[in-house]
Design a protein around this ligand. Structure first.
Ligand SMILES: *Cc1c(COP(=O)(O)O)cnc(C)c1O
Length: 362
């Protein structure tokens, strides 16, 4: 057991800002003079109303959303969205376009398949083990939506620009890079993110949906699987994930007040990832796995000269207070997940450790 906090590079659940954890701790036993913790107050009380409204307002301010956009909190993680999207937006002969950039896109496609919907995979990077983001994609004229994964958590690739879809709304899984950079929301009909990477605890998914998508959605679905159920009830048709929403509110407040907003957040993320990539690129011991123009600012995937060294690297790093550096079990190698909450101190400590490990094992 350690009484010291580590530098946490876990992919998800992932590190949260220390200030947020301290605020949760300080207010836990008596939230806002309620005499109760946030996990004990009624979701029908003004205490919780204030929390969820604050979270929605902050999300709207950070992403500069106008009144067409609704900010929703839905349980079931990002994975339920894979199914809710085709359920809500495709009926009869309707068809959708999917871009396959890795494990999570593949899972999204699988749900459309299970539901027997029409879809086209218009681009895929599977030919090169999902190491790049496809360019110059041609979309179908009649697609109801285009589904993308903005950041591929496992493969370490990211869309740095979103494609021109000729006005077809992009529905985007942003689980691992939401609020890491500003977005041109005109392109998106729906963005969604499981909270456990960049936002808060697992079990909550934030979905931001535009009114025209709500208008297009099918009505004949079970209540809990319909976006309109959430938008018409401020995400409180049933008991919402209260602690998740509360933590997300604190994380968004941290971005606004401590980091200075989303443009500053992006600058910081570019700086952090830049340092780490520059170090790896200058080394003949470590190498990155993602194509140059597709490298993720959130998940830095890299290899060492052999698998035995990779194993030792992860063990040694853990001993030195650097956690979560093992690559996803499906791809092997190493991965440093450096979301919004990762500090420059964490990056510098990681680089120092990597330098030492290289010297000792070259
Ligand atoms: C982690 C992750 C998911 C899965 O999220 P759950 O909340 O576990 O369903 C989906 N998409 C991406 C891009 C992810 O990183």
């Amino acid at each position: 057991m350690t009484d010291k906090r580590i530098f946490n590079f876990n992919a998800g659940p992932a590190a949260l800002p220390l200030q947020v954890l301290e605020e949760i701790k300080a207010s836990f036993l008596n939230f806002n003079q309620s005499g109760m913790s946030i996990t004990e107050v009624s979701h029908r009380s003004s205490y919780f109303d204030d929390v969820i409204n604050d979270a929605v307002d902050r999300a709207k301010r950070l992403l500069k959303l106008d009144d067409r956009f609704h900010v929703l909190f839905i349980q079931g993680g990002a994975s339920l969205q894979f199914a809710m999207i085709p359920m809500n937006f495709l009926s009869g002969d309707d068809t959708a376009d999917y871009v396959n950039t890795g494990t999570w896109s593949t899972k999204a496609i699988k749900e459309a398949e299970i539901l027997k919907k029409n879809y086209t995979v218009v681009a895929s990077s599977e030919d090169k083990n999902f190491s790049y983001i496809p360019q110059n994609i041609e979309f179908s004229n009649d697609a109801k939506y285009v589904h993308l994964t903005s950041n591929n958590t496992i493969k370490g690739t990211q869309f740095h620009e979103f494609p021109d879809t000729n006005g077809i709304p992009i529905l985007c899984d942003m689980s691992s890079d939401i609020f890491s950079r500003p977005l041109d929301m005109e392109k998106f009909g729906l963005i969604y993110a499981g909270a456990q990477k960049n936002l808060g605890p697992s079990g909550t998914c934030m979905a931001i949906i535009r009114q025209d998508m709500l208008d297009m959605a099918k009505e004949a679905l079970p209540s809990m699987l319909k976006y309109s159920t959430y938008s018409s009830k401020n995400s409180m048709y049933n008991t919402p994930p209260c602690f998740g929403v509360y933590t997300i509110d604190l994380v968004l407040k941290w971005i606004e007040q401590e980091m200075g907003g989303i443009e500053k957040m992006e600058e910081y993320n570019i700086k952090k990832a830049g340092l780490l990539y520059d170090f790896i690129d200058s080394s003949s011991f470590y190498r990155t796995t993602a194509a140059k123009d597709s490298k993720s600012l959130m998940n830095v995937t890299f290899r060492l000269p052999n698998e035995e060294l990779e194993k030792q690297f992860v063990v040694k790093a853990t001993e030195n207070g650097l956690g979560g550096l093992k690559g996803h079990r499906s791809v092997g190698g190493c991965r440093a997940s450096i979301y919004n909450a990762t500090t420059m101190e964490g990056i510098n400590t990681l680089i120092q450790f990597m330098e030492t490990f290289e010297k000792e094992n070259k």
